[in-house]
Design a protein around this ligand. Sequence first.
Ligand code: MN
Length: 302
Amino acid sequence: MDTLKQILATYPNNMTLPAGAILRSKSFDVIVTVYKKSGKVMFQGKNELIEATRWDMTIQDSHHLNTTSSNKKAIVANRLPNNLSQMSIIGSDEVGTGAYFGPLTVASAYVETQNIQWLTQMGVMDSKKLTDHQIMTLVPKIIEKIPYHVVNILPKKYNELNKNYNANAIKALGHNFALIKLLDKIKPIQPELILIDQFTRPQTYWRYLRQQKLIINENVHFIVRGEQAHIAVATASLIARYIELKTLHDLSLEVNIKLPIGAGSNVDQVAARLLQQNIDLTNYAKLHFANTKKAEKLDNHY
Ligand code: MN
């Protein structure tokens, strides 16, 4: 069932309707208002955030999330627009979170409606099926034309950040920073919306950013498998993968061993070899992975 229909079925219509509204309900310590034309849903009250994030909707107006919960401003939740796939938007995605060696790479890309067809013809939509080699030839053509920004967090920096932030918090910081930079690059153009491939609950994402001076939160939406929702996310994903591959290649040259992708047992073997050569893994790997301990064990056995 449509999210809006579910909301209408859940909350009793027990208050006087304001103009343009089809539901106004007071229950669970929140007042929920649904507006007919825009499909916007407003949540006000003590448990506004908890209530709003129950639904498969994206938080449109989250400025207040940077302040204390005593702030009584309402949350406005939005469904993703029906014509999303054809809109001019920024997509944002990250790679490297499942890879022991190499960076965490976040990329944001701005794809205008007029470039959607071109990117589709280039094969971007099937990004998951592209080989590393195809990515290396395709992405340079894409970034000639498509505005983007990459935040490439090298292992040394990642491990440093990881002392204070967990992996998801680091991702959130990366996305926010990439968005700041990209919005600046495309000025005065503004995207119709910003779509982040969802890696954590929206409310958690905003919590991770609470301490940041500048938070990009206007028109920011999260969606799982975002690369299917809009080609901008697939484009961002490809660009991130390209930078990750290049970085992994450079790091491999430094140690003169091919650093494999992923986090399997072959990764442990290579990490153990690096340890044997007294190479500091801090500069090459995400130390919090279980691979570190496994590699140390292997190293002691040799
Ligand atoms: Mn993703």
